[in-house]
Design a protein around this ligand. Structure first.
Ligand code: DX5
Ligand code: ZN
Length: 214
């Protein structure tokens, strides 16, 4: 069964507390939180004050996806509330040091790759990762179409992890719905991020169950 991490980027934050209750009842595995700085990606979302509030209201593990330039500058701050803390391979930090620091701070470490980045680029970092996030859209916005090129990247990463006997979550983010989720799981994804698909639903719990059961 795939694990699900709804992306709160698509939430209405004035009613989000109700969504959290539904997520808890539906047994979501994590909450995916997209932090954007308007520099690494052409969009600005929110920062640690919101994450701190979410942490106060739920025990669901927080899966923080940093889309910010030189993320090492903010790792210590975000590690206060994150459970999984991920940043982009392409964002201009020392990736080895940043992954090590995330673990030192007690979080699960995650490196993220954009659609144009080959999976082989991160093979030498896998020993330092608890999770790898493969973007299946260009980072920056919800509601985009799934890029099928993510599937081959997931398969390659799955094979490499198996070959080296590494127990790493493989997460996929962008354009996940009832058609793309099974393809991603077949390719090796173990955690599915879903934003617009979940939040556009009349019945959020039913959508969560549908994806989890795929
Ligand atoms: C995009 C974000 C995603 C986004 C996914 O940069 O990283 O997490 O919220 O949204 P959907 O599921 O609508 O593609
Ligand atoms: Zn994301």
């Amino acid at each position: 069964m795939a694990r699900i991490s709804p992306s709160v980027l698509s939430a209405d934050f004035l009613t989000f507390k109700d969504d959290i209750k539904e997520f808890e009842a539906a047994g979501v595995d994590m909450l995916h939180i997209d932090v954007m700085d308007g520099i690494f990606v052409p969009n600005i979302s929110f920062g640690n004050p919101l994450i701190k509030s979410i942490k106060k209201h739920t025990n669901i593990p927080l899966d923080v996806h940093l889309m910010i330039d030189r993320p090492h500058r903010y790792i210590d701050e975000f590690a206060k509330y994150a459970d999984y803390l991920g940043f982009h391979y392409e964002a201009g930090s020392d990736n080895v040091e940043t992954l090590k620091r995330i673990r030192e701070l007690g979080c699960k470490s995650c490196i993220t790759i954009k659609p144009a980045t080959p999976p082989e680029s991160i093979y030498d970092l896998l020993d330092l990762c608890d999770m790898v996030l493969v973007m299946s859209v260009e980072p920056g916005f919800g509601g985009q179409k799934f890029l099928p090129s993510a599937l081959e990247k997931l398969s390659k990463l799955r094979a490499e992890c198996q070959r080296r006997n590494l127990d790493i979550e493989l997460e996929v983010d962008g354009g996940i719905n009832n058609e793309t989720a099974p393809l991603a799981v077949d390719a090796g994804a173990t955690v599915l991020v879903a934003g617009s698909y979940v939040f556009s639903a009349e019945d959020i719990s039913a959508k969560i169950q549908e994806i989890k059961n795929l």
